[in-house]
Design a protein around this ligand. Structure first.
Ligand SMILES: NC(=O)c1ccc[n+]([C@@H]2O[C@H](COP(=O)([O-])OP(=O)(O)OC[C@H]3O[C@@H](n4cnc5c(N)ncnc54)[C@H](OP(=O)(O)O)[C@@H]3O)[C@@H](O)[C@H]2O)c1
Length: 252
């Protein structure tokens, strides 16, 4: 298993993403929020997708305050997302933007941390719905918009436990293995026939609500903030990674 990183000391130009329209899921908090802000800082029009309108509005306002391109907002609960929701979203984006240049699948839920033998089926299904099924649905219906771009990038968010399984990580770990599999299948399908690259990215331990829930005894300052780990998120979204596909990346 080869894990790649952004080039050492990667310092993208401020206009790296100028003219690009990017969709970020889970853009209201944590790593997705940091990615949305960082992409906007680098010139992108960012469509903020998430389930909590107030959080999306706060990120929207931050982007406006910093003078970034006016973002878009898509309120969608991925736990309940249907093909119809994704078709409607794609139609709206097509009429407003024509195409999209990138898709960061970031939203996920942690689910239960417990042994398989006592796992709850409803909790298992919710993790699979948000982390795997909704990711498939969005990709499935946004692909034509990505295909319409001069070149496009899909980033799928993985995890250490999606590359090596670990006790008590249950559905979350399995969902991240599925994410790696989805990345490989899609990258292989699109290779040579499309300008869309597809890679997976493990952010590594990062100080967010999810990390604090997973490791309640850990001091939050042990880990970098989401804003500190953006180099690889920028590298994979910008044209510097234009020829890179089907690879596993780590942000740290
Ligand atoms: N933090 C880490 O140490 C770490 C390590 C490895 C991998 N990751 C991965 O990195 C990604 C981001 O994690 P994070 O740490 O930033 O997590 P987080 O702080 O919990 O943020 C998760 C984001 O996903 C959104 N979300 C959750 N369920 C959703 C749903 N049903 N519909 C729409 N949006 C939903 C959340 O929205 P609300 O805020 O509205 O709930 C939030 O914006 C995840 O894929 C995670 O698995 C994180």
């Amino acid at each position: 298993m080869t894990i790649h990183h952004a080039p050492a000391d990667y310092h993208p130009p401020r206009d790296l993403l100028h003219g690009k329209t990017l969709l970020v899921t889970g853009a209201g908090d944590g790593i997705g929020r940091a990615a949305a802000l960082s992409y906007a800082q680098h010139g992108a029009t960012v469509i903020l997708l998430g389930r909590t309108a107030s959080k999306l509005e706060a990120v929207y306002d931050e982007i406006e305050t910093m003078g970034g391109p006016q973002p878009g907002m898509a309120e969608l609960d991925l736990a309940a997302a249907t093909p119809e929701n994704c078709i409607t979203l794609a139609a709206g984006l097509e009429s407003e933007f024509g195409h999209i240049d990138g898709l960061l699948h970031n939203a996920s839920v942690l689910g239960e941390r417990r042994p398989i033998e006592s796992a709850n089926y409803a909790a298992w299904q919710e993790v699979m719905q948000v982390n795997v099924n909704a990711q498939f649905l969005l990709t499935r219906y946004l692909l034509p918009l990505l295909q319409a771009a001069p070149s496009a990038s899909i980033i799928l968010t993985s995890s250490g436990v999606g590359r090596t399984g670990k006790a008590y990580w249950g559905a979350y770990a399995v969902s991240k293995f599925a994410t790696e599999g989805f990345m490989q299948v899609l990258a292989s399908e699109l290779e040579n026939t499309s300008k869309i690259r597809v890679n997976s990215l493990n952010p590594g331990a990062t100080n967010t609500a999810m990390r604090r829930t997973a490791y309640p005894a850990e001091h939050p300052d042990t880990n970098p903030s989401a804003a500190d780990i953006m180099a690889c998120y920028l590298y994979l979204m910008g044209d510097d990674s234009r020829d890179v596909t089907g690879q596993m990346f780590a942000a740290q």
